[in-house]
Design a protein around this ligand. Structure first.
Ligand code: NAI
Length: 701
């Protein structure tokens, strides 16, 4: 059982003990109820203190039990809370460090609460698309007042115990301890005190719950959450549940809360958020690299190239307090690069997002050089020079000659073969891809590209440093485009075919933006620069002559319409503005092209647009999992959610396919195979999809 029982004089102490955050798994719940029974039965025990071992009081539900029958097995959390509430001896929660979700609901079931300062208190269920399901929406308003409680429930954000303790009239904490260290002594003394006083034991459920403005307040609250509730039902339901606390009897409110909780559990939005929560944790694990693999120490970083990427990459490390030396070929390039970094930081200072002294501290960690000698003591060196193998070769040969033994040599290449780059050195085990996304100081995604010879401790170190610089690091094997760009190519190809068949760029963009993408493929192309894809297609024309493309993108580039930077792309742009204005010229160009191919344009539904774009990602993603380029389907979802603007409420392309049903996805692919304008070979469902459908499974099981 994951809770300890000890008796200190006349007080029993039940200590939740389920590292790392005392999640309320079945064994912990059993431990609590067993402890309560023992304490009840022992005449020497006059009061009970419930606390948490180690780094938390309790972080709430045990994520290891998510979705398993254990999560709801008896005693479930509701039963444990009832048992606490109905204990005839006073129960005091001794709260510290982390008191969240089910942990806070548990504390609210105790008769009294003593908290250490610095405790993070929260009901974060809304972040998983849920509402608290064990009385949180009914009890918290009774101790904090309706407004404060609703704010905490709708935002899911933690608030420090000392702030809550100061709120006038609050009944959440009966006492704020002087410190974390003195908490247990103070809680024990408090317990003895209340036991000695005797009298009825207070229960949160018996407290009144009202808002003086009644219905009007809840109307305001609903209006307030509309924005955040756009794609998610849970925030609005939080308001409903708290309103019920003010209008229904306590037990009826509990039933109402439970009903909402269970209904939300089944929504695709909550499934998506829970999937992302798990996927994020899974992505940091590499199947054949043990968690305890020793890591190399990274105290100084070198960056080669101060261009678009080099500057942004450097900022990540400066922000994390790690010194960076940037190397360039010419002083002008260095000056330009440093100027851009300064400008970025200054914009943050202006917006009030960064303090002036922090900005100066960060800049003080940055040094520049034109000489490789100054990279000699770097533990990690990231190359972000021009995307040409010859240039990379020179850089890596030089690095091999100057870098200290054991230094990690990383390339930010987006299209080149990391194994070839590694082979330019005599230490391929130290070479790895670190593929950042633009703007590198903003985008969360970091693809860690594992070469054939990359050492395990190098991977473990890079994954760890990814976390330190606040990225979502996902491992990819070596292949053309790695995970993200290899998939986006299929998506872009579909977007091109859709133009050939009858769509306008605006129609395609609108449909996929309505689905939830931040930006459709054509607006995205105009932002990133259409010439980038053009260069890649030209390079690949010889390598992959069999790949079928719409020619419209090339024709657009032949007109010099590279996008926003040239003032024209798939759309027209007015000087100094970013609004995409549908272009007559482009539409005529597309119509002309159709005519030359003898295509009669047809009306294409938004549904077909979305399916062809998204299922193209899914089919390529399935190949990527099958080939072992990605360790698991959920890694692909993380890549798309954090690097490509895939809508969060859909949970990523692979989860979306599961939600649609893989059988239905496969049927759609077969339909697309019949379209003579499309690429029938591509739409052959990946063997993994066929296998999963045959087994009646999805990517997530
Ligand atoms: P960029 O052209 O903005 O910057 C490259 C910089 O490297 C220039 O300042 C140049 O002076 C410098 N440079 C070139 N050769 C050098 C050498 N031998 N020694 C030292 N410095 C040298 O290019 P960008 O966009 O920053 O791309 C750099 C790398 O990052 C490329 O491999 C690219 O494929 C990759 N990448 C680019 C992304 C993007 O969105 N721009 C996204 C992800 C990766």
């Amino acid at each position: 059982m994951s809770a300890d029982y000890q008796v200190h004089g006349d007080v029993a102490v039940i200590t939740l003990n389920n590292p790392p955050v005392n999640g309320l798994g079945l064994a912990t719940r059993q431990g609590i109820t067993a402890g309560l029974e023992q304490a009840q039965a022992d005449p020497a025990v006059k009061a009970i203190v419930v606390t948490g071992a180690g780094k938390a009081f309790s972080g709430g539900a045990d994520i290891k039990e998510f979705g398993s029958p254990k999560a709801i097995a008896e005693p479930n959390l509701l039963s444990v809370i009832l048992a606490l509430e109905n204990t005839s001896k006073p129960v005091v929660a001794a709260i510290h460090s982390v008191c969240m979700g089910g942990g806070l609901e548990l504390a609210l079931g105790c008769h009294y609460r003593v908290a250490a300062p610095g405790t993070n208190v929260a009901l974060p269920e809304v972040k998983l698309g849920l509402i608290p399901g064990a009385g949180g929406t009914q009890r918290l308003p009774r101790v904090l007042g309706v407004e404060t409680a609703l704010n905490m429930i709708v935002s899911g954000e933690p608030v420090k115990s000392e702030m809550l303790a100061q709120l006038p009239g609050q009944k959440l904490f009966d006492k704020l301890a002087a410190s974390r260290e003195s908490l247990m002594d103070e809680a024990l003394a408090f317990a003895r005190d209340v036991a000695a006083k005797g009298g009825a034991l207070p229960r949160v459920r018996d407290l009144p719950c009202k808002h003086p403005m009644g219905d009007a307040y809840f109307q305001f609250a609903r209006n307030m959450v509309k924005g955040m509730a756009k794609n998610f039902p849970a925030p609005g339901k939080c308001v409903d549940a708290v309103e019920a606390a003010t209008k229904k009897k306590f037990d009826d409110g509990m039933v109402f809360e439970r009903e909402i909780f269970m209904a939300l559990m089944l929504t695709p939005e909550s499934r998506a958020l829970r999937h992302i929560f798990m996927a994020e944790r899974a992505a940091s694990k590499i199947p054949d690299v043990a968690d305890d693999t020793p890591k190399r120490t990274i105290t100084k970083v070198g960056v080669i190239g101060a261009g678009t990427m080099g500057g942004g990459i450097s900022m990540n490390f400066l922000n994390a307090g790690i010194p960076v030396t940037i190397l360039e070929m010419k002083q002008e390039a260095l000056d330009r690069g440093i100027g851009t970094i300064r400008k970025n930081y200054e914009a943050q200072v202006k917006k009030g997002k960064l303090k002036q002294d922090k900005y100066e501290q960060r800049m003080a960690l940055l040094s520049t050089t034109l000489s490789y000698d100054d990279l000699k003591d770097c533990d990690l060196i990231i190359e972000a020079v021009f995307e040409e193998m010859g240039v990379k070769q020179k850089v890596f040969e030089t690095l091999d000659a100057v870098a200290k033994p054991g230094a990690i040599l990383a390339s930010n290449t987006s299209t080149l073969d990391v194994d070839k780059i590694a082979a330019f050195t005599k230490r391929p085990q130290d070479v790895v891809g670190m593929h950042f996304f633009s703007p590198a100081n903003v985008m969360k995604l970091l693809e860690v590209v594992r070469g054939a010879k990359t050492a395990k401790d190098v991977l473990a170190t890079v994954m760890d440093i990814g976390k330190k610089i606040k990225k979502t690091a996902v491992v990819s094997g070596v292949c053309d485009g790695f995970i993200g760009n290899r998939m986006i190519e299929q998506y872009s190809r579909q977007a091109g075919f859709l133009l050939d068949e009858g769509c306008t760029p605006a129609q395609v963009d609108r449909a996929i933006e309505k689905f939830g993408f931040a930006m459709g493929p054509f607006r995205m192309g105009d932002l990133a620069g259409n010439d980038i894809g053009w260069a890649i297609r030209k390079r690949r024309a010889t390598e992959r002559a069999e790949m079928k493309y719409s020619k419209t993108a090339d024709k657009l580039c032949e007109l010099g319409r590279f996008g926003q930077k040239t003032g024209a792309g798939w759309y027209d742009y007015q000087a100094g503005k970013r609004d995409a204005i549908p272009s007559r010229l482009v539409e005529d160009m597309i119509a002309e092209h159709r005519k030359s191919l003898g295509i009669e344009p047809r009306r294409i539904s938004d549904e077909e647009i979305v399916q062809r774009l998204v299922f193209a990602l899914v089919n390529e993603g399935a190949h990527i999992v099958e080939e072992g380029i990605a360790s698991r389907a959920s890694d692909i979802d993380m890549v798309y959610l954090t690097g490509y603007g895939f809508p969060i409420h859909r949970g990523g392309p692979m989860l979306y396919a599961d939600q649609v049903g893989l059988f239905n996805v496969m049927q759609a692919m077969k339909r697309f195979q019949q379209n003579p304008r499309d690429d029938a070979a591509f739409w052959e469902p990946a063997p993994l999809i066929k296998k999963l459908v045959a087994e009646g499974k999805g990517f997530s099981g």
